[in-house]
Write a protein that binds this ligand. Structure first.
Ligand code: TRP
Length: 346
């Protein structure tokens, strides 16, 4: 039976404590993959990629590796399942070689035009830091993250890469790298990876001003207490033109309903709220209380798992998943070397 593989990654940098936006945009989808037993999942902590922006904070990165894994455990990702691997990027040694080999056929011109790179570059420059070679080429390195688990003897099996929309240029690039490699060496080694974005997309912040982000102060963190969640929701932005609960309200682009859509298990209940809101028959306060309950119910088991996993063997989990990725990667690299005629002459 064909198995498929899923790989995705995050950069361990503390700025990225996990919030509801990450939950709906990424983690919830990863949980779905994990529950498909014929899908082998690789969740990568990209500590080398974190150095592309935080080379001056190596200890912070090491600390964040632990934080990322604890967030994963809290949402219910389970490295004890046979099909789930937590991988530490820097410890798959052959991955670095794959990255170097891929860089030989990776088109520079496309890297230079990559919109995500451009955006990140602008941000770095506005902070006064200058780009490194490692930063400029990280999409190549990210392609190596993906193809390191490209099963060489199982052609036809695809690698799905669930990511946010900002990562799609990197995946398009990785697909091009696979095609170029196969064409250049007349092999069928890499099957172009398949990006998967979630349909929810970006979740708005509680202030209704752009997407949820810890640094904007408009985020509900997965580790927030029930009281804090309630306070944040009671203070959240809704329809600014509605002054009393008998005013007809607007549902579209109203974060209150965006959250109901994202988190309420019962869609009929939400449809009823929307109908009444438009007619001015239901109050914001009532709805916010209800929403706070729904989100707190969802977060309760996550909070419990944060506590349960306080002393979880994070290092052991990473070690096991990294060993699995390394095993596949060394095979992939052997094939790539052969395709490129690297080796001692007879
Ligand atoms: N660049 C991704 C991000 O910033 C993280 C990442 C690293 C990744 N390696 C990956 C994502 C491989 C998908 C596949 O979010």
């Amino acid at each position: 039976m064909a198995i498929s593989r899923v790989l995705t990654g995050v950069r361990p940098t503390h700025e990225d404590g996990q919030h509801l936006g990450h939950y709906v945009g990424a983690l919830r989808g990863w949980l779905n993959y994990q529950s498909q037993l014929n899908t082998e999942c690789f969740f990568l902590v990209a500590d080398i990629q974190a150095l592309t922006t935080h080379a001056d904070q190596p200890q912070m990165i090491r600390e964040s590796v632990k934080g990322v894994v604890k967030d994963w455990l809290a949402v219910g990702l389970n490295p004890n399942l046979a099909n789930v691997n937590f991988v530490l990027q820097s410890q798959v040694k052959d991955r670095a070689e794959l990255s170097l080999l891929l860089s030989m056929i990776a088109p520079w011109g496309e890297l230079a035009r990559n919109p995500t790179i451009k955006e990140e570059l602008d941000k770095m420059k506005s902070k006064g830091s200058s780009e490194t070679v490692g930063f400029m080429t990280y999409p190549v390195d990210q392609a190596a993250d993906i193809y390191m688990i490209s099963p060489p003897n199982e052609q036809g099996n695809e690698i799905l890469v669930p990511v946010g929309a900002d990562q799609l240029p990197h995946l398009e690039f990785a697909r091009e790298i696979a095609r170029r490699f196969n064409r250049a060496y007349d092999v069928n080694l890499f099957r172009p990876c398949e990006g998967r974005t979630t349909d929810v997309g970006r979740l708005s912040g509680t202030d209704g001003q752009g997407k949820m982000s810890k640094s904007q102060g408009n985020a509900i963190m997965l580790s927030d207490s029930a009281e804090i969640v309630k306070a944040k929701i009671m203070g959240m932005y809704t329809d600014p033109n509605r002054h009393r609960s008998t005013d007809p309200g607007t549902v579209e682009n109203n974060p209150l309903f965006e959250y109901f859509d994202a988190f309420a298990p019962d869609h009929e209940e939400v449809d009823e709220y929307k109908r009444k809101y438009r007619l001015g028959q239901i109050g914001d306060v009532y709805l916010k209380q209800r929403l706070a309950d729904i989100i707190n119910n969802m977060l309760d088991p996550i909070r419990e798992r944060y506590i349960e996993n306080q002393n979880a063997p994070v290092g052991d989990y990473l070690l096991a998943g990294t060993a699995r990725a390394s095993e596949i990667c060394s095979e992939v690299v052997a094939y790539a070397r052969e395709a490129m005629y690297l080796g001692f002459p007879e």
